[in-house]
Design a protein around this ligand. Sequence first.
Ligand code: SF4
Length: 496
Amino acid sequence: MDRAAGKNPPLLSKSRFIAGLQCPLRLWYQCYAPQLASDIRPAQQAIFDTGREVGHLATGRYPGGTLIEEDHLHHAEAVRSTTAAMGQSDTPAIYEAAFGFEGIRVRVDVLERSLSGRWNLVEVKSATAVRDVHLWDVAVQLHVLSGSGLSIDRAGLLHINTAYVHPGQAPVLAELFHFDDLTPLVFARQEDTHAQLGRLRQVLSEGQPPAIQPSRHCKHPHLCEFWDHCTDKMPEFWVLQLSGISQSRLDELSRLEISDIRDIPAGFPLTEIQDRIRTCVQTQTEYRSPNLARELGLLQHPIHFIDFETVGPAVPRYPGTRPYQSLPFQFSDHILRRDGSVDHREYLCREDKDPRTEFTRALLDALTADGSVVIYTTYEKKILRALANDLPEMREALHAAVDRTVDLHAMIKKHYYHPQFRGSFSLKSVLPALLPQMDYQDLAIQEGSQASVEYLRMIGPQTPAAEKEKIERDLLAYCGQDTLAMVRIREALLGS
Ligand code: SF4
């Protein structure tokens, strides 16, 4: 792959700068081979949409400001509009202010006129705390603004305050958002920012993409959009599938030029579970601890296999709820009786309302007082505990349900491995390995984050009735599949 010869290197932007810090190859691809990126997944799109919603809401914290309306395709016009707005002394703030300096373009979420007549730089994020990537984000904006001749008083991050509680009326923006002043930190990063920009420009001036192999860095701070492309040629049993492998071990394997688990020599230091994975892969056999059947045998009938779907909006939707609070809106409960018969109970909230009370009543009614409650990971237990905290009238029954839970995920991780798990113990990996005929391919909804997005669409006022009915069917099919999968996985593990 070669970029077109003789062309000027492309311009940088704030997001390209952040992409380049994560991985120079990601920046190179963004500029010269964007067609290699995977399509945006619904869950990813939902994160972008949340960011836009939060960004729009945040401007209310700086009333009376001027929005620069020209998009990124009209940057020069946007810069001119920004200059004009800054010249209006009665303009207290500018939203989406545009600047360019030394080939870097940025849009500032909020540029606030400070009391001294200088400017405050405000970056808005739907995050709940400051992370290192945010410091770089603000630092590069500061670099461009300072280069453009602005004097900056304060620079920082406006993010969601998780202690905020929906007051039962319109959001109180002064409480929903928290401003972290990062001024000294981002001023201290200016030299590094300058150096990083130089490094990234050098990357973009090369005719060939930088030689970088996919690894842990591809998922932090965000899953790279070129992941599918970069991992396409990795071995079927790639060393990154070794559960919990550290970066130093990966580096050691890389020095030994080993990328396939099958090539790892005996004696290479691995943890117990990693060693188990290596053995299973190298011998193409499963691992089954003698304790597996014993632990499964301890489950009490009727055995309830449960799964919840939840939604956690950044901006709380219902009175008394907090930002990102997980609200369960759906459950599925497959009930295995002693005689081998299986019943099914389920609940789905169909209205735009706080679902917790109705959900909990239906759940407790389904669970009755007997039998084990099988969950997959501890998420459901966490939700049950949160409900016990929020709903005092059902607290005792919820704690009793918590006491009956057994985590099938933890049991499998401890006592079983199949080479086709590919290092993952998620239901979506375990199910097709044990029961190839039963996967998620035919379902319209294939993961929990997508279920949340679809649920919000279902209860939204704009969605036509026929579409709501389809989403309802899709949600019920998805959640039901998760719990039926657990019933069948138990059978497969017992060999029955
Ligand atoms: S998948 Fe990884 S290696 Fe490939 S471009 Fe993205 S971050 Fe870089």
